[in-house]
Design a protein around this ligand. Sequence first.
Ligand code: GDP
Ligand code: MN
Length: 388
Amino acid sequence: MNLHEYQAKSLLKTFALPVPIGAVAISAAEAVDVAKKLAGTCWVVKAQIHAGGRGKAGGVTICKTLDEVHAAAEAMLGSVLVTEQTGAAGKLVQRIYVEQASTIVQECYLSLLVDRDHECLSFVMSPDGGMDIETVASTSPERILTLPVGDDGLRDVEIAQVAQFLTLPLTIQDELKGLLAAMVRAFWALDASLIEINPLVLTEDNDFCLLDAKVSLDDNGLYRHGDLQALRDLNEEDPLEVKASAFGLNYIALEGDIGCMVNGAGLAMATMDMIQMKGAKPANFLDVGGGVTEDTVTEGFHLLFSNPHLKAVLVNIFGGIVRCDIIANGLIRASAMHAERVPVVLRLVGTHEQAGREIIEASGLDVRWANNLDEAATLAAAAVGGNA
Ligand code: GDP
Ligand code: MN
């Protein structure tokens, strides 16, 4: 689960990390009120969307007067911001964050993430922080350092290494040590999967300040954090994924046009691979799991059929705990809700296979039967005009 910048900053503040003071607003008038309450003479107005790259797209404005705050807020709220990370459709700005502006002496990039190569947390950093970190990563990878975090955190010699790599003044080493340790503490306490600070800045007073913050939480840890669950913003998520999670279905939207209904995550991955191998593209990942009911299967098919890009459906059920008759009944019920028909390819084997087949045949539903996954993928790809 991803958080908004303002949510991330308020959480990180509770771990004594230095963030600018600010507050969220949903109207221009409210933005001006916020700015008035914050001391200072310079503010930053920032669009709150689940995507970076706002600075280059007009989603971050530095304001020197309250009128400028009003104008910036008015321009952002209700607009659709298209950044390098949003895709062409962009994201609707429904909230803005107003902060006291900081004076930047130095900008760097600092993130903490789950490092699968080293099987631990690692800091990833660069002295070239700010808005072009993606370019740095591709053109000058030597300007990026990955530093695995040991069980006891970073050792002093490693902290000195960080300071040197980021070209930070020696006088700030103690603050740096505290900052890195607080990030690790926050990471564990929040069950995070990513904390990314870009930029981490050094201000004119020689203090650190987290000017931007992205925090992603591990969905599998969320059950331990009732307070964090409340931070979820459904407006930022794919509507079909939101619906699926309400039914306990493991659904991930993809860009292709073949809807997949599969039992078991591994089989679902294999099904998507097979579709790709046949020159076509899956529209989704969907693992209906083991303990499904006819209702959840119906909802699952209903989700697939609701996808406007759908051109065919591939059902790949290798029934163990899942019963083929339940899948068949769910398919028939969901098909009745959708007048538009796309070709449905069925590979339905295992528990109650015969009953499933009879139910489909008796319903008169037009489906294409496949004996195995290879055949099913071939039929589905052919149905969408793939090169199988
Ligand atoms: P992003 O483009 O979505 O990553 O948004 P950021 O929050 O990182 O802001 C983009 C850029 O705006 C930063 O890299 C800074 O250079 C600049 N910026 C943001 N806040 C301030 C501020 O308080 N003072 C100054 N001078 N620049 C800021
Ligand atoms: Mn940023």
